[in-house]
Design a protein around this ligand. Structure first.
Ligand code: GLU
Length: 482
């Protein structure tokens, strides 16, 4: 029997407390030396900056943060968020998640996160550029943006454009730094970015699910069977992460997107929605309201609670909490957002048998490809540039031999049409990035899964993920002599 604490009696913990509770749950199953557990859990530092920018004839003051959770590896890594809801508690929780996420996918970084309290839609592009540059200046002068110490990336409310401004600002302040481009990731391709970074988090969500469905035992734990084909999916948030995840799952894996939840309500259609058509509608009308071919509910929360196979919260933290957890009907939840399930809701859903693919794994595709971008920037060369034609030449050798055989065998055997062109092509940067991401997502899943299945005291993937991550962070502290 799963009992739900009364939300009026048991207060929902804050986001940071939620992350700490989940950490503690895992740490209790470990044998860490006294003091080390505390050292890993606490956030090392949070810098708060208030700066003024003269805009529209007056000085506007903005508040921003950059929190560094753990420096067991440097640089520390994590996005910068632009939203009015940004606060110190949130930034610290997100920085902690970055530490565990990087450890889990073996990206050699500590954890960090930044945020600026701003509604980006309230400002014109040139105003936003001035604000972003000023924020970047404040951080860079304290080495909170630095290729070897702290490397930001996009997050909610920011993207390639903001990263390009930040990189340029850093370059202006460090004119002789040959590695200046590596001071931030998620840049546009023509400004030091890497192919596949924009869709990386969504792609990672897809790869995470594909890997999950390779293990029938795990699929059965979610009371599901078969493959992703035909699975009923509800996505919350059709932003960069949610859109890419949903479109890959629909167009490449045959999943049915039956619900899409946005700021102004939700769409529901058990026959399946077309992600691109909905996305185009949102781009034109600013929201899902009025979309003709589906049921619209003004209260998006109701669709979050609809029956489905896979629920993908890809927007804000804390959306599945003590007030709605009992009504969630999804068989499994994939945390594309950071912290979408609170510690209390997590406990309830775990007891109920809902499989949760935890954020630190599910959305790690972004930082994984950021890692590739950072390496590309430091090596000053595009991935595949040296090997691609050589690879093609070697493939050509094999094809020449096969062609001889083809002629020799006559009608008995011939090469499949298109084989030549498909085989001949050497991998370009995008293919290499996808291969690296796929390998990373598979490897990280295996490491979580091994703990999940081998330890009777570990009931869920989140605790398993924390165990793997904390152990890796602890090992790196031990190696450093702490
Ligand atoms: N903001 C993303 C995250 O939460 C990406 C971080 C990065 O690429 O450094 O994982």
């Amino acid at each position: 029997m799963t009992t739900m604490p009364d939300p009026k009696v048991i207060k929902e913990p804050s986001f940071r407390e939620s992350v700490d509770l989940m950490f503690n749950r895992a740490a209790a199953l470990m044998d860490l030396p006294p003091g080390l557990e505390e050292k890993i859990r606490v956030c090392n530092s949070t810098y708060t900056v208030r700066f003024g920018v003269r805009l529209r004839g007056q000085i506007h003051t903005f508040t921003g943060y950059r929190s560094v959770h753990s420096e067991h590896m440097e640089p520390v890594k994590g996005g910068i968020r632009f939203a009015t809801s940004v606060n110190q508690n949130e930034v610290e929780a997100l920085a902690a998640l970055m530490t565990y996420k990087c450890a889990l996918v073996e990206a050699p970084f500590g954890g960090s996160k930044g945020g600026l309290c701003i509604d980006p839609r309230a400002w014109e592009e040139d105003e936003l550029e001035r604000i972003t540059r000023r924020f970047a200046y404040e951080l860079a002068k304290r080495d909170l943006i630095n290729p070897s110490q702290n490397v930001p990336a996009p997050d909610m409310g920011t993207g390639e454009r903001e990263m390009a401004w930040i990189a340029d600002q850093y370059k202006r302040m460090n004119t002789t730094d040959i590695n200046a481009q590596a001071c931030v990731t998620g840049k546009p391709l023509h400004a030091g970015g890497i192919a596949g970074r924009v869709e990386a988090t969504g792609r990672g969500v897809q790869y995470a699910l594909k890997e999950f469905f390779r293990h029938p035992e795990d699929v059965a734990a979610a009371h599901l069977d078969g493959t992703l084909d035909g699975k009923r999916v509800i996505v919350q948030g059709l932003g960069n992460v949610g859109y890419h995840a949903a479109s890959f799952l629909q167009y490449e894996d045959g999943a049915k997107i039956i619900g899409i939840i946005e700021r102004d309500g939700a769409l529901f259609d058990p026959r399946g929605l077309d992600v691109d058509t909905v996305r185009a509608w949102i781009a034109k009308h600013g929201g899902v309201t009025g979309y003709p071919d589906a049921t619209h509910s003004a209260d998006g929360g109701t669709v979050l609670e609809e029956d489905c196979d896979i629920l993908i919260p890809a927007a804000l933290e804390g959306v599945i909490n003590l007030s709605n957890a009992t009504r969630i009907k999804a068989r499994m939840i994939v945390e594309a957002a950071n912290g979408p399930v609170t510690a209390g809701a997590d406990e309830y859903l775990r007891d109920k048998g809902v499989v949760i693919i935890p954020d630190m794994y599910a959305n790690a595709g972004g930082v994984t490809v950021s890692y590739f971008e950072w390496v590309k920037n430091l090596s000053h060369i595009r991935f595949g540039r040296m090997q691609r034609r050589q690879e093609e030449a070697r493939h050509q050798l094999l094809l020449d031999e096969l062609s001889r055989l083809d002629k020799y065998l006559g009608d008995a055997w011939s090469m499949t049409p298109n084989f030549k062109s498909r085989y001949l092509r050497g991998a370009d940067e995008l293919e290499l990035v996808r291969s690296g991401l796929d390998d990373t997502m598979r490897g990280a899943y295996q490491s979580m899964r091994e703990v999940w299945h081998s330890r009777p005291d570990v009931a869920d993937l989140r605790t398993a993920a924390y165990l793997v991550s904390i152990e890796r962070v602890a090992a790196s502290y031990r190696a450093a002599g702490l």
